[in-house]
Structures are given as structure tokens and as C-alpha cells.
Design a protein around this ligand. Structure first.
Ligand code: NAG
Ligand code: NAG
Length: 258
């Protein structure tokens, strides 16, 4: 008992000497040792406090901007949304700045005071693009809009009827579809869709297919392939801040009893 106490005392004494040298003393109770990076350093518990300090640490790094250019009835877009984007968003939304641009390979022509759209997969695709564009506008917040858009894009039983899919999703998710529908059927939706056309048209390099992604505003074949293969990894590798837990692949082969 006595030798153990002596050892502890000696350790504490040594820590205090080193801490004083660094200008900050460890003169707070153990419950406060993780209260700031400086105190943690002084108390020589930086490593143990690391996880905690991350949360209260300095200004976080900017989120990774990911923009998806897509069209509502394109099978490859649906696959990307359902298999990559949605699961990634659920894990990493706090470090992502997601922008959706539903237009894709459509074309537009001005007729009188209105835009007339022609969509790759026919009229229904234009309906879907409009509903999703209006969703982004009406729900404002991507955290509210994306779950609804994901729902529409994953309703395979209504894959040729996006309006029906949207109605089903709206009642399931308690989204006010009447406001979205009003937007989509009127001049507001028509003008908003034109903004999507302009965003898509200003891509550099211009898109040659959809789904087409940009990462922090940049598109390369390498980025595109990385996004298609493993979007979680791409976002984690790009993020400059401390990696969230979802970035650590689970390699555990056993489950430890706690
Ligand atoms: C989010 O992305 C949009 C579109 O790329 C960009 O205009 C905006 O500045 C980004 N915001 C942040 C916080 O990075
Ligand atoms: C955005 O939507 C999410 C999910 O509905 C909600 O939790 C959050 O408070 C909203 N943020 C803002 C700024 O409205």
C-alpha cells in the first residue's frame, strides 16, 4: 500500500514539474483535466482527452461540399442516391454540404414567358424534376428535403410516376405536399427549374452523363469514380477536420462484452 502511494505521489510530482515548464500548471481536480487542450497538456492526459477535446475543440473544418447533378427517372441516379448518397448522408451529414440539382440531361426552350422542358426519360421525368426542385425550395433546408427526395427516388413501385411516389412519401413523412405541388404546377416551379438548368449548364467541364458529382466544386473522373465506389471514404478522406467516428471502418471481428 505504502509503496504504491509513493509511486503515485512521485508520478504526480513529476507531471507537475513538466507542466510548470510548459507554462500551464495542472492545478485542477482530475474531473477538469479534459477541460481545455492546455490543461490536458499540463496534466499530461492529452491522449486520453483527445476524443473529448475534439468536440469542444477549435473551429471545425469547413464541411465537404458535394453537389449531385441528376434527373429524376435515371436508373443510375436512383442507384447512386439509394446506395451511396443516402447512407453517406445518414453517417456524415454534419461534415457535408450537400446540394442537389435535379435537371440532368434535360433541355429547355423559352416559349413566350415560360420555359418548356424536354426530359431524357419523357414527360414524367420533367414532373419528377419539378417536384424535387420545388421540394428543395419549399423545405429550404437540405436536412428536411433530402429524406423526402430520397423517398421519392426509392419508390420503385412508382418509378414511372413520380407524383404518385411523392404523394405516398408526403403522407408517410408528414410533408405538406400541397405547397410543393402548387409550386411545381405554377410559374414559380417553372422559374426554379430554369435555375437548375443554368446551374447544370455552367458546369466546367460540362457534364457528359448523370449522375455527375462535384466535390468542393471540382469534377474529375477520379472523383466521380471514388464517389460511385465508396462515397463515405471519399468524404472522410476529403474532410480536413478531426474524422468523425463514422470514418473509422469497423474492423472488429468480435464483439467485446461490456
Ligand atoms: C455549400 O455548397 C454551395 C454550392 O456548392 C456553395 O455555394 C456554398 O458556399 C457551400 N457552403 C459551405 C458552407 O461550404
Ligand atoms: C433543418 O431540418 C432538420 C430536419 O428536419 C431540422 O432538425 C433542423 O432544425 C432544420 N434546420 C433549420 C436551420 O431550419
Amino acid at each position: 500500500m505504502v509503496p504504491f502511494l509513493l509511486l503515485v505521489t512521485a508520478l504526480v510530482a513529476q507531471q507537475c514539474v513538466e507542466a510548470v515548464e510548459s507554462g500551464q500548471t495542472c492545478d485542477v481536480p482530475p474531473s477538469m483535466w479534459c477541460s481545455s487542450p492546455a490543461v490536458a497538456k499540463a496534466c499530461q492526459v492529452e491522449e486520453s482527452c483527445e476524443r473529448y477535446l475534439r468536440k469542444i475543440g477549435d473551429a471545425p473544418a469547413p464541411p465537404v461540399s458535394l453537389t449531385l447533378y441528376y434527373e429524376s427517372l435515371c436508373g443510375g441516379c436512383q442507384k447512386f442516391i439509394n446506395e451511396q448518397l443516402w447512407p453517406t448522408w445518414n453517417k456524415l451529414s454534419p461534415i457535408m454540404n450537400l446540394t442537389l440539382v435535379p435537371y440532368g440531361n434535360a433541355a429547355e426552350k423559352k416559349r413566350f414567358d415560360k420555359w418548356v422542358y424536354e426530359c431524357q426519360h419523357g414527360k414524367q421525368e420533367c414532373v419528377g424534376n419539378l417536384i424535387e426542385t420545388c421540394t428543395l425550395h419549399m423545405l429550404k433546408n437540405i436536412s428536411a428535403a433530402f429524406p423526402f427526395i430520397h423517398c421519392i427516388e426509392s419508390r420503385v413501385e412508382y418509378s414511372d410516376n413520380p407524383k404518385k411516389a411523392a404523394e405516398k412519401c408526403a403522407s408517410k413523412m408528414q410533408v405538406d405536399f400541397s405547397a410543393i405541388e402548387k409550386c411545381a404546377d405554377g410559374s414559380q416551379g417553372n422559374a426554379l427549374e430554369h435555375e437548375m438548368a443554368l446551374k447544370t449548364g455552367s458546369l466546367n467541364p460540362p457534364h457528359t452523363y448523370v449522375p455527375w458529382v462535384t466535390l468542393n466544386g471540382v469534377h474529375t473522373e477520379k472523383i466521380q469514380n471514388a464517389a460511385m465506389d465508396d462515397l463515405v471514404k471519399l468524404i472522410c478522406d476529403t474532410y480536413q477536420g478531426p474524422k468523425p467516428d463514422a470514418c473509422t471502418p469497423s474492423t472488429a471481428t468480435v464483439c467485446v462484452r461490456d
